[in-house]
Design a protein around this ligand. Sequence first.
Ligand code: ADP
Ligand code: MG
Length: 475
Amino acid sequence: MRKMMGMKFFANAISVYRNYCSHSFSNSIVQKAYESGNKVKKNKPKVHKAKIKLTDEQNNVLDHVRGGLSVFITGSAGTGKTVLLKHIIKILKKTYGESGVFVTASTGIAACALGGQTLHSFAGIRIGDGNRGMLLDLVLNDREARRRWNKAQVLVIDEISLVDADLFDKLEYIAKTVRESDKVWGGIRLVVSGDFFQLPPIFKGHDPSRKEFAFEADCWDASFDIQVELTKIFRQSENRFIKLLQGVRRGNSDPEDLQFLKQSCSASEPHPSAVRLYPRIDDVNKVNEEKMKALSEEQVIYEAIDRGKKPWKRQLALGLAPDKLVLCKGARVMLIKNLNVMHRLVNGATGIVTGFTETKGGTVLSPDNLLPVVKFDSGPEMVIEPQKWYVMVGSRPVAWRLQLPLVLAWALSIHKCQGMSLDRIHTDLSRAFGYGMVYVALSRVRSLDGLHLSGFSPSKIKAHPKVLEFYSHLA
Ligand code: ADP
Ligand code: MG
């Protein structure tokens, strides 16, 4: 049986090996940071412990978790789902030990916020392409992935709205098969969180009959003992703004509220420190390039090195690593690969380039052999070295790209910022598309003061009918 699936996979699967390998990195990069002179040192991450008093509804969920239940936690943006998850993770780790609790999220940035890894990286399914047999085969051929599935007693997943129904079912199948158990998820407890009114999973092509949302998965209901909705919103405190956001979330906004939004947030110029959010990646790139130019610092150009046969090599450009990366001192950057999960140097971690250091040996990506030094927002400062991205046929690499695992991060896509709380944003929604996008963008900011808006029109606000129906049943 196993062998047959393996053959099928080798025949069919070609996938870009993106940023989903986390386990095999040692501390060597952090170590190098220590060794390469005075300028580069690893600072102890600063821990700001804000005293948060959980509400009764949050505490109720904690009690269910203490009682050993599998839970789905939902609620509007900013109801403290992620904050609650952090408390839950602490309790779970006390109960099951560090090694029994796997913390994941659907995006790198959300995973970073919880000190976890992406769901794909945990699962060992690379970019998740292929039928369940192919994905199972990837896992079975990866000793570390098998170990994770077998060790897991609890799996935490944040930002579930971006995980599609099929993937949810496939992962449940993998769990059962790897763990050789008939129980749902092979006996792994789930603690899952997210808001389906936010961004839906991304699909290529259009197929109206397709299941989309994770709540449509065959195993969804069986996966949870309880499904709870948090109702108290913390991220925002202005009642008018909260009411407005609730309308946008459900796609039935009060026209007066929208008029008020337009008037109050579109007048003056955006604040210079505002993070810029865009629906489309080409706008993100344009703004990042402009910000770089404005720094007027000497730029270092890193050209990716691609190797392999032509048809495979072309696929490298579809991955996350850019063909050409331009950096300078002061550039705001984000990691696009997990370097060291323990040190929270994971896909989504942001920081600033503080300088460059000369390399000795290794493959050269820049003319002067310079590597950037990045001070991460989470504390560590380190030299960033080139990493490899592979195109695989089965378990055989057929092409690879060598590039620094960084992108510029003054501007972000709305997709990437789901889950963040931001003080000041400027968002241009003229190119917004699909469901939930306007809601995700607007609900990032804590107050109307910090919101600057352009390109907004009420027709861009959309809530998916299936999501409305799911929540009507939940209530
Ligand atoms: P969500 O994941 O639901 O979008 P977050 O967990 O990111 O929301 O929380 C949003 C904001 O609300 C954060 O700034 C967080 O500190 C705050 N918050 C969450 N729960 C509480 C609480 N019980 N008391 C005070 N502030 C809270
Ligand atoms: Mg969250």
